[in-house]
Structure formats: structure tokens, C-alpha cells
Ligand binder design. Structure first.
Ligand code: FDA
Length: 305
């Protein structure tokens, strides 16, 4: 039942008509629990609140199905505006973005040009940029582009998904680039030919890649809401004498906010991923796919109206 629900929401997340409709009608159906607003002003207010509570942030301007150069250019402008705002207001925030929103489905060179614009302004403002990892069909391209960017810029990293069989090899191949990586379980629907179908195998591999990247000596963001993985990381860093400055925990905005605060109070660096923008639908569907309790929360919200 849980898998059926998950697959249905992941299927819905790719629906272009619903994506367009959602954009037109604004944040609805309880999406504001997971999305910080439609504008940078609203997002900046949320960042300030989180910063005041001792939480760091990574901000993401949402954009799905970017198919034209004009649309990609608009995404770049929004990201530049966010970076400048972070710099101007001294917010404790990084930036996250998706390469499809930079034009990955149009051409690699367009993406490189867009990323150079973003990373130059990010450097001026001291803002680190993480390239989110999308579905498997874009994984190799994303890693290739990261490698090229790392030759020119320090403050850029990407995400490795534990559900992919290739993840350990990717970390090994990225080792010489000394990358700052965010490690996650993986949020897309992938075939058994490329990804572990069973949750237990994903969790086991998640532990393996956390250990691998930390012991390689590189900065590691463990992005999960799973207490078992958090405990594993805490024990590992203690056992291996890994400094608090070499890793952080990350969680999504609106998910386990109390746990986020607890970890920060325990002295760990805790970063919250804060998405904003009109294009909230696909992101919202992926969150519903992750957890039936999220769906119940949304249904309760709708019934109350
Ligand atoms: P999972 O969903 O398996 O949950 C494990 C356990 O955590 C649950 O059993 C429960 O105990 C606890 N839990 C989870 N949600 C809870 C809740 N709402 N309340 C209480 N307990 C809860 N994916 C991707 O493919 N590419 C990417 O670039 C990113 N980027 C990214 C950034 C950040 C900051 C995060 C946190 C996540 C991502 N992801 C991602 C998403 C990621 O791949 C994954 O889909 C989600 O994080 C869900 O997996 P968890 O590790 O949280 O565990």
C-alpha cells in the first residue's frame, strides 16, 4: 500500500498540466508547510527566523520542466537575486539548484555558462552552491558538470543518492576533487536495474557512503530525517575522531522541526533546505510520496476548510 501511494505521488509529480495549474493558483493544499512562500521576501523572512533559532539554511528557487533558454535565464536571475539578498542581509544561507532549471535538457554549454554566472556572484557573496541530484537519467551529466566546475570554483558541490548502485563508485571518482557532498537516500522513482528496490539495502548503502566520504576527509552533509542514520553518523564521528567542522546534518523545511532544533542545541551544525517560488507542485508531490503521514496532514487541512 505504502509503495503504491509513493509511486502514485511520484507519477503525479511529473504531470505538466497540474504543474502549470498549480503555478497559476498559488500555494495550496497545505504546501506552505513545506514551501517557504512564493517570493524571495517571504523566503528571506523564514531564513531570518531559522537563523535566529541557530539553524543554517540552503535556499532553493523552485522550477520544474525548464525547456527553453528564456525559462532557464529566468531561473538564473532568480538565483542571482537570492544570492545577492543573502549577501546583502548577511543571512546564514547557501543556495541549492537543479541543473535542469539551468537548461540541462537544452545543452551542457548553456548550463556551464549559467553556472559560471551564478558561481561568480556566489563567490563575491561568500555563498556555497549545491547542485541537487535529479533522476538517474541526469546523474552522469550532473557529475561531469560538477567536475568541470570544480576546476574553476571552490564553493560548489553536489548530491549523491544512496539508492543508486553507482553511489560508492561516484564518491571514489570524485575523491580527487575534494568535494563537499550532500548524501541522501534518493527521492525519485528508479528502476531496479539502477537502484536498490529495498529500503533496507538503501539504508545500508547510506551508512556505507557516509563512512566512505567522511573517511576520505571531505566535508559531508548527511541529509536525512531518519534517527537511525543520524545516530550512526554521531557514533561514527566520535569513534573516528572526526571534527564537528567536517560534517553537518540537513533536513527539509517543515519536516521534524523539533528534531532540527534538538540537533542544533546538541552542538551539531544543522542546515534546513528552504524551497520557495511559484513552481511548488512537483516538490510538494515528492514530499507526499516520502511519507503517508504527510498525506494525512494534507487531507486534514483540506477537510478543515
Ligand atoms: P525516510 O523517508 O526513509 O524516513 C526514515 C525515518 O525518518 C522514518 O521512518 C521516520 O522515523 C523519520 N521521519 C521521516 N519523516 C518524518 C516526519 N515527517 N516526521 C517524523 N519522522 C519522520 N533527494 C534527491 O534525490 N536529490 C536531492 O538533491 C535531494 N536533496 C535533499 C536535501 C535535503 C536537505 C534533504 C533532507 C533531502 C533531500 N533529498 C534529495 C530527499 C531524500 O533523497 C529523501 O527522499 C528524503 O530525505 C527522505 O528520506 P529520509 O532520509 O529522510 O528517510
Amino acid at each position: 500500500m505504502e509503495r503504491l501511494l509513493r509511486d502514485s505521488f511520484l507519477f503525479l509529480s511529473k504531470n505538466r498540466i497540474l504543474t502549470k495549474l498549480a503555478k497559476r493558483y498559488g500555494l495550496r493544499f497545505g504546501a506552505s508547510r513545506f514551501v517557504a512562500g512564493e517570493t524571495i521576501e517571504q523566503a528571506a523572512a523564514i531564513i531570518k527566523e531559522l537563523n535566529q533559532k541557530g539553524l543554517a539554511v540552503t535556499i532553493d528557487y523552485l522550477g520544474e520542466f525548464v525547456k527553453t533558454e528564456r525559462e532557464a535565464n529566468e531561473m538564473v536571475n532568480q538565483s542571482l537575486e537570492a544570492i545577492r539578498r543573502i549577501g546583502r542581509e548577511g543571512l546564514d544561507s547557501q543556495l541549492s539548484l537543479k541543473l535542469t532549471s539551468m537548461g540541462l535538457d537544452i545543452s551542457d554549454e548553456l548550463v556551464m555558462n549559467h553556472m559560471r554566472r551564478i558561481l561568480s556572484v556566489a563567490k563575491e557573496n561568500g555563498v556555497f552552491v549545491t547542485i541537487d541530484m535529479e533522476d538517474y537519467s541526469r546523474c552522469q551529466k550532473t557529475i561531469d558538470i560538477l567536475k568541470r566546475l570544480r576546476e574553476e570554483y571552490d564553493s560548489v558541490g553536489t548530491v549523491i543518492q544512496a539508492y543508486l548502485y553507482r553511489s560508492q563508485k561516484d564518491i571514489e571518482e570524485l575523491d580527487s576533487y575534494e568535494p563537499n557532498l550532500r548524501l541522501v537516500k534518493g527521492a525519485y522513482k528508479e528502476a531496479a536495474a539502477v537502484a536498490f528496490p529495498d529500503k533496507k539495502d538503501v539504508d545500508d548503502n547510506f551508512r556505507k557512503i557516509i563512512k566512505q566520504h567522511l573517511l576520505n576527509g571531505h566535508y559531508t552533509a548527511v541529509a536525512t530525517h531518519d534517527d537511525a542514520i543520524i545516530e550512526y553518523t554521531k557514533q561514527l564521528v566520535q569513534e573516528k575522531g572526526i571534527s564537528l567542522n567536517q560534517f553537518e546534518f540537513q533536513m527539509l523545511y517543515g519536516i521534524r522541526p523539533e528534531r532540527q532544533l534538538e540537533l542544533a542545541l546538541e552542538g551539531y551544525k544543522m542546515r534546513v533546505y528552504v524551497p520557495y517560488g511559484m513552481d511548488w507542485y512537483g516538490y510538494f508531490m515528492r514530499r507526499l510520496a516520502e511519507r503517508p503521514a504527510n498525506v494525512i496532514f494534507v487531507l486534514k487541512g483540506i477537510l478543515k476548510k
